[in-house]
Design a protein around this ligand. Structure first.
Ligand code: BES
Ligand code: MN
Ligand code: ZN
Length: 486
């Protein structure tokens, strides 16, 4: 989707989007448009119970007196009370409403709102993953190809450039999450990451031999049943001052999770193509930070493995040794994400001595039971990290909710055979998983984000169609920008 900015005026052709307040009704450009149509907009509002309340939409097709093909009125209640995220969602809502109408361009009139936020929402909502739909009839494809944001502000386009870089990161995450397991596996995922050198990132890829040398017995055990080679990808963005300690983000990249020998039930297993969502978010974030030349040193590390049952797969009861030296009794091969992260997190702190580590993972089904699809769960001992992430979450719509850590939960993964087992009891599944990870942080400030409920959506959302959401990229980009630059 092409997004441009132009001067405030009555649109020529295409669709025209007008924001309407409840108290003021049609004002500014909207009043001009109403006059041009001889009051047709006012009449349409009256006859359809459109009051300007927030969330209301009214489409007036082919209004006489205007060049526009259609006018979309969007209720906002009160402009001065809209948060920046509300405005992003308005831009997105306009695109969602107009995508299939037949109009190819839309002009959104940005009076009294942040035009860059409108543009951001419009672009975010235009994403579609349709590369494998070869027979979709033209009539079912979106027609809307460009959006003009009408504004009197002169520097809108240049301030949008930075936002656009972040959205490119979101789109990369959505692309990766949407890709099926046969095309996105550890080897092809690593190749996609290598392409990011063109964005200015330093990229290193470790293969199985290198990881074996480092003693990454936990990560390697997960991938040992797969025909694909497990990989660890390290991305670095050096936008800060030379000796500044880096920020670190670590992602779970299980490109397909069958459960392994502890095989998952067949129904719904296809969802486990997005079990690499944590890695997808870290990769999208790194692209976003590089794209907007963030003033921070940042390391992104993703563990890429495929969890398959085979004659070579790990067995329940196996005891493995992680890079940290701690041993793990694998009681369930389906609790594999924490094994991958254990080595990736340990490696991260050992090599980079970061200020903090934030890991992202589709770690537990229990997370969806706890928080559904609205908030991701965060687990941290740092009140500072929790507060900063929570703020960035509400500011971007990628919301987080703090969950507990406590030594009493930690006891639930103690084990008679090894240093720990990889599952707790029936209860508190997301928390015992987090307690497991904590044992690999070596006391570096750390926050775990369980994104099992937010990576994918089975229904359309304000900012994305059903499918990969790109959750976490805007959250962490904002978190970095507000707390760790300059
Ligand atoms: N990738 C899954 C978690 C998951 C399940 C994410 C459903 C999103 C939707 C993870 O590897 C897993 O299988 N976890 C198990 C842990 C259990 C065996 C302790 C789970 O949640 O059932
Ligand atoms: Mn699993
Ligand atoms: Zn998994």
């Amino acid at each position: 989707m092409q997004i441009t900015f132009s001067a405030l005026e009555l649109a020529s052709g295409g669709a025209m989007v007008l924001l309407v307040e409840k108290e003021k009704g049609l004002a500014g450009v909207a009043a001009e448009a109403d006059a041009a149509t001889n009051g047709a907009l006012t009449k349409a509002m009256k006859t359809s119970r459109f009051t300007g309340a927030s969330g209301q939409k009214l489409e007036v097709v082919a209004p006489s007196g205007l060049a526009a093909e259609r006018v979309l009125l969007m209720g906002v209640n009160k402009l001065s009370e809209l948060s920046s995220q509300d405005v992003v969602e308005l831009g997105a809502g306009a695109v969602a409403a107009l995508a299939m109408t037949g109009s190819e361009t839309a002009t959104i009139v940005a009076e009294g709102v942040d035009e860059v936020a409108l543009a951001e929402g419009a672009l975010l909502r235009s994403y579609r993953f349709d590369k494998y739909r070869t027979k979709e009839p033209k009539a079912k494809k979106p027609t809307l190809a460009s959006v003009v944001v009408a504004t009197s502000s002169a520097n809108a386009a240049s301030s949008f450039d930075e936002r656009k870089s972040v959205i490119e990161g979101v789109f990369l995450t959505r692309d990766l999450v949407s890709e099926p397991g046969n095309t996105l596996h550890p080897e092809s995922f690593a190749e996609r990451i290598e392409e990011l050198r063109a964005d200015g990132l330093e990229v290193e890829i470790l293969g199985e031999a290198e990881m074996a040398k480092l003693g990454m017995g936990a990560l390697l055990a997960v991938g040992q049943g797969s025909d694909k080679e497990s990989k660890l990808a390290i991305m670095r963005w050096n936008g800060g001052t030379k000796d500044d300690q880096p920020l670190a983000f670590v992602g779970k990249g299980v490109t397909f999770d069958t459960g392994g020998i502890s095989l998952k039930p067949g129904e719904g297993m296809e969802q486990m193509k997005w079990d690499m969502g944590g890695a997808g978010t870290v990769v999208g974030l790194m692209k976003a930070l590089a794209g907007r030349k963030a003033k921070a040193n940042v390391v992104g590390i993703v563990g890429l493995v495929e969890n398959m049952p085979s004659g070579n797969a790990q067995r329940p009861g196996d005891v493995i040794t992680s890079m940290s030296g701690q041993t793990i009794e694998v009681l369930n091969t389906d609790a594999e994400g924490r094994l991958v992260l254990a080595d990736a997190i340990w490696y991260c702190q050992d090599r980079f001595k970061p200020k903090f580590i934030i890991d992202l993972a589709t770690l537990t089904g229990a997370m969806i039971i706890s928080l559904g699809h609205e908030h991701a769960g965060i687990f941290t001992d740092s009140d500072d990290l929790a507060e900063a992430l929570s703020k960035a979450g509400y500011a971007t719509g990628d919301k987080v909710w703090r969950m507990p850590l406590h030594k009493n939960y930690d006891k639930l993964i103690d084990c008679a055979v090894a240093d720990m087992k990889n599952i707790g009891g029936r209860g508190a599944g997301s928390i015992t998983a987090a307690q497991f990870l904590k044992r690999y942080t070596n006391d570096v400030p750390w926050c775990h984000i369980d994104i099992a409920g937010t990576v994918w959506s089975d229904k359309d959302l304000p900012l994305s169609e059903k499918g990969g959401t790109g959750y976490g990229v805007r959250l962490l980009d904002k978190f970095v920008a507000d707390n760790h630059e300059g």
